[in-house]
Every structure is written in C-alpha cells, then in structure tokens.
Design a protein. Structure first.
Length: 276
C-alpha cells in the first residue's frame, strides 16, 4: 500500500468563526468529495486513519470551534450555523456537489446539512447517530462517562472506561487515546449546547439523498434502535448493522466499513439509473 497522503491544513474564517480545516486531495476527478462531520470533542487527527483509507476521493473535515486546532467561539452556535460553514468551505475549495457523512454528534450535523443544502448533497452516510432530541438514549453508565471531560484530558481514564463508553471490542483504544487533542471547556460545552432541543425527525421524510445508515449492535451511547428509527423516516435509506460494533466501530472495523462506504458511494444514484 502506498504511503498515506498528508492533508492540507488551513485556518478558514466564515461568519466570524475560525475553524481548522483538513483536506485530503486524491488528485482524481472521477468521484465526488466526501464532506465529513466528526463526533463531539473529536479533532481532525481522530478521523485521519479513515481518510487515509479512502485515497480515491477528496476528503474534507474540520475541527468544531473550541475543538482540536480551532479557537474558541465567541458566541454559542446552532447546527444550521455549522452547516453554513461547511457549505462556504465547499465553495472555497471549488466543489459544486459532495457526498456527506457524519458520525455520532456529527451525524446530526450531516442531517442538518442535507436538509439545509439538499441540492448540493449526492449521497448521505449516517454513522452511529440519531435524530437528535427524539432518540432512545444509551446506557446511563456510558452516558455519564461521555459527558465527563476526563475522557479527553486523562488517557488512563479513557483506556480504563473505553469498553463502557463505546461498547464493542476495545482494540484500537491506545491509538484512539494517543490521537486525542482535548477540546477546551468552552468548546465542549458549546458543542453540548448546540444540539439541545434539536431534532431532524419532522423533516427527514423530505430528504431526497440516498442514505446509508450504519449502526453497531453493541453501541452503548447510541443504541441500534435509533438507526432503525432513521431508516423508517428517510425515504431512500438502507440500514447496515455492524455485528459486535460499539460506538466507534467506524474506526475499530475500519476496513469493513470503508468497503461498505465505497460500495455505496460508487453505486449509481437513482437519478443516474433512470438516465441510463
């Protein structure tokens, strides 16, 4: 396998908010770029292994305000504001259309983006996520540890509680802990606040993009039933269940997941099939 391509890292300012952006360039133009929304408190480096396994397409992601290398936000924000930042970034990089993907907290943002800028979305991938406020919560033991900032600040705490937090196998826990850049207290708090009261449920039946929903059956933070709920609401969607998958199955089972993702993205869309 060829050496992984390093991303271009830039600082971009949109509507007064500055974010650290990573863009892996494939050098090809036969596939659409993949716009990726990360989970709560997660920095670019945590998703880098996934991007490196997808060298055939451009991959764009960014640290949320107060996370990773992005400075603290001056004011709280809502999901529609982050969706607009992503849309402006696509403009700046010269992309007319993109496939969109999000994991966990970022899965909510991916839904927001697809609803807000639907004409720009080719396909949508939702990983270990829910419809927001209208969700079936995970186990209390996992949720209580998820909101504890020590999971970012203390590697030993993360390793000790990895299985409780994320379910599934605990392989990759060390690498995950090593890649973490702790969010600031304000950054983490504003991320938690951003989704308060938010739900996509009433509008999901209006989604036009073909959608792949990926869920783990041992996810202790976002249980599988939430994926079934999304699948029931999104008209042109399919549900893929990862056996034994915890909340971070996207990283723990990266080769399997990348295969499923590429297969889905490379399939002709319904529009393309009708045109043919």
């Amino acid at each position: 396998m060829a050496n992984p391509v390093s991303p271009k890292i830039t600082m971009e300012t949109v509507d007064g908010r500055t974010v650290r952006v990573a863009r892996w360039e494939s050098g090809a133009n036969d596939r659409l770029p993949l716009l990726f929304f990360n989970g709560i408190g997660a920095n670019i480096e945590l998703v880098a292994p996934l991007a490196e396994k997808m060298p055939e397409r451009d991959f764009i992601t960014f640290d949320m305000p107060g996370v990773g290398g992005s400075p603290d936000p001056a004011l709280p924000y809502r999901p529609w504001m982050i969706a607009r930042i992503a849309d402006v970034l696509l403009d700046q990089f010269g992309y007319d259309q993109a496939d969109v993907m999000g994991i966990s907290w970022g899965g909510g943002l991916a839904q927001q983006y697809a609803l807000q800028f639907g004409a720009r979305v080719n396909k949508l991938i939702l990983v270990a996520t829910s419809a927001g406020m209208l969700m079936v919560p995970g186990k209390l033991s996992a949720l209580s540890k998820m909101v504890d900032p020590r999971r970012y600040l203390d590697p030993d705490y993360m390793l000790k509680n990895f299985k409780t937090l994320y379910g599934g196998v605990d392989s990759g826990a060390d690498a995950h802990a090593e890649r973490i850049t702790p969010p600031t207290k304000m950054g983490y708090f504003y991320q938690l606040m951003a989704m308060m009261g938010w739900t996509s449920a009433p509008w999901l039946p209006l989604l036009k993009a073909e959608t792949l929903i990926m869920m783990g059956d041992d996810d202790r933070i976002v249980p599988l039933v939430n994926g079934k709920f999304l699948n029931s609401l999104i008209p042109n969607s399919r549900l893929e269940v990862i056996k034994g998958g915890g909340h971070l199955f996207l990283m723990a089972e990266a080769d399997l997941c990348v295969g499923l993702i590429n297969e889905f993205l490379d399939e002709p869309t319904g529009r393309d099939r009708k045109a043919a």
